[in-house]
Design a binder for this molecule. Sequence first.
Ligand code: AMP
Length: 227
Amino acid sequence: MSSMNIILFGPPGSGKGTYSSKLSPILGIPHISTGDIFRAEIAKKSELGKKVEPLLKVGTLVDDKTVIEIIKSRLKEKDCKKGFIFDGFPRTLEQANEFQKIAKIDLVVNLVLEDDIILEKALARRICEKCGNIYNVADIKRKGIKMPPLLPKVVGKCDKCGGNLIQRKDDNEKIIMDRLNTYKKQTEPLLKYYKKEKLIKDVPVTMGPEGMVPLIHGVIKEHFKSK
Ligand code: AMP
């Protein structure tokens, strides 16, 4: 097997970040989240952070050129040799086209869930302000879906580093709906692009991470078995 270049694709709040961070050590490839990179730059108050902060606040996409530069420099790091899991990249056709000039994608795992569930999940997301680890306080049981909450051991504190759990500034109802619209207009059309190359595996999200992570891992193993 030469590489494992994977995109975890899906609407905002579908679980891309949680699943990617859990799959990364299992698969031995890094989890690359452009959203996490931007949030870290904002926390550092770097030039890039200052530039993108207002965009992230309202859920507007960062320009393609900036995103591609970030991805290019991240892929130069040694840990990407065997592959990577992209979470939140690419988000536009332009990004996908530009990326194709640098490397190829082997698999797109497309997380499928309905809008009302997306909204409920995103509103209930909590993240550690220090390390970005993700939690969720929603307990969703309907339409064949069973997603228990993902709670920390100590209320309001991160299990990994003890940092405070906060709500992302862009996880409020208005901005989630705007991000969902942006996803439908600018990102979802990418599915057609990857469908042509027969790279997509649809995976409905019906369980919490303890069920979804092994399920997605199985899909990935099956796909790369013959490579
Ligand atoms: P996420 O953590 O993936 O939900 O991303 C949070 C925010 O970061 C998005 O709402 C965008 O403002 C920005 N962002 C992250 N990834 C990208 C990307 N690939 N293209 C443009 N903007 C992005």
